[in-house]
Design a protein around this ligand. Structure first.
Ligand code: HEM
Length: 109
């Protein structure tokens, strides 16, 4: 990602951390933890109770590359119509770039 990870940490704290954790002690909360999200198949934690919609998207081949993450964060229900992620979306491109740069820190690829 091309964003500013430091600013992205602030965006994450304001917009995502109510439901998601990252880092060495991250656990699933309302949403799954987001360590290793880049390049991971969607809905791939068997122990997390995903919506049927995102499981169907996973079965259809959805993988979280940069482009798909950007689309999901901009408008979750546009990418996965029945997603359980009740989040209006990050409408600002800079916010998305920055939060994705931050999440990238917790991914190996
Ligand atoms: C799923 C990111 C905000 C609740 C996801 C996934 C990502 C993500 C990448 C897919 C995970 C996977 O496939 O394993 C983010 C980011 C956010 C954000 C970066 C902030 C910009 C929120 C908020 C909530 C939430 C505020 C709660 C109100 C969920 C839930 C899922 C999910 C419940 C599972 C979706 C389903 O089962 O359909 N999120 N999220 N997220 N998120 Fe978020």
């Amino acid at each position: 990602p091309i964003g500013d990870a430091e600013r992205g940490e602030t965006v994450f704290a304001r917009k995502c951390a109510s439901c998601h954790q990252v880092g060495p002690d991250a656990r699933h909360r309302i949403g799954p933890h987001l360590n290793g999200i880049f390049g991971r198949k969607a809905a791939s934690f068997p122990e997390f109770n995903y919506s049927r919609s995102i499981e169907r998207a996973r079965d259809d081949g959805l993988v979280w590359d940069l482009r798909r993450l950007d689309a999901y964060l901009e408008n979750p229900k546009a990418l996965v119509s029945g997603t359980r992620m009740n989040f209006a979306g990050l409408k600002n491109q800079r916010d998305r770039d920055d939060v994705l740069a931050y999440l990238r820190i917790f991914s190996d690829n």
